[in-house]
Design a protein around this ligand. Structure first.
Ligand code: APR
Length: 232
């Protein structure tokens, strides 16, 4: 860490588990909606077939997140952003907790649950500034119907965000993989790009993942306890 010029961090649901945010697959309580597995209710086809149901699901998730605050893992990563020539923080989380902890330029690979995206003009708006009882929300710009600004199963990641993350991982000397089961692609391929570029890979997760065997170091414990102990 002391000699690193570029550091890349990929986070997943586990980094928010200690804030009370349910994870999807590993410890901390999986999320299922009305008996529907999350990869069904969170799918592109659902937006086409039943947008109101999709909004009900994401309104429920926002309700769960309302009382969640950043934990020491988020705070530690925010504290690292000025310590390197190049620091890239990419997250699969849609909870906005990294930014709330003070991280700037967070690459939100899967979008953000606090934003809406217009199906007509692609305009984006902060949901906290819109009436919560109008569903689907209406675009201020064009009057179009809006959907959650979250990447759903079967959809591409936002191109600009992906390119920046790919650049950051390929230019890193140290890459951290924090709180992700590394099962969902293409996000899970980012640490492999870092490894390919010669980076030192560190996994922070109480449980092993499919990436564990390519890591140089695996720190087995909760991110909120492990990350603050990394001193350099
Ligand atoms: N600290 C670190 N890691 C933790 C903690 C913790 N306190 N608690 C749980 N974990 C680990 C689990 O062991 C598991 O490996 O976090 C991981 C959470 O995995 P998932 O629930 O699969 O979440 P994630 O990898 O972020 O999922 C990827 O899948 O459902 C989609 O779009 C959704 O972004 C999500 C993507």
């Amino acid at each position: 860490m002391r000699s690193a010029r570029g550091v890349f961090v990929l986070t997943g649901a586990g980094v928010s588990a200690e804030s009370g945010v349910p994870t999807f697959r590993g410890g901390g309580g999986a999320a299922v909606w009305k008996g529907l597995p999350f990869d069904v209710i969170s799918s592109a086809s659902m937006v086409r077939s039943n947008l109101p149901e999709v909004w009900e699901w994401f309104d429920y998730r926002r309700g769960v997140l309302e009382s969640c605050r950043p934990n020491r893992a988020h705070e530690t990563l925010a504290g690292w952003q000025n310590r390197f020539e190049r620091f890239t923080l990419a997250t699969q989380n849609i909870d906005g907790l990294h930014a709330e902890a003070g991280s700037r330029g967070v690459l939100e690979l899967h979008g953000n649950v606090w934003r809406a995206l217009c199906l007509n003009c692609d305009g984006r708006e902060d949901l906290r500034r819109k009436p919560s009882d109008v569903r689907p929300p209406v675009c201020d710009e064009c009057g179009g119907r809006m959907r959650p600004d979250v990447v759903l199963f079967g959809e591409m990641l936002p191109a600009g965000v992906w390119d920046e993350a790919a650049d950051g991982s390929a230019a890193s000397d140290v890459c951290f993989i924090v709180g992700t089961s590394a099962l969902v692609h293409p996000a899970a391929s980012l640490p492999l790009a870092a490894k390919h570029a010669g980076a030192f890979l560190v996994e922070v997760n109480p449980e092993p993942t499919p990436l564990s065997n390519v890591c140089d170091l695996a720190l087995r414990g909760p991110a909120g306890e492990v990350l603050p102990q990394i001193e350099f």
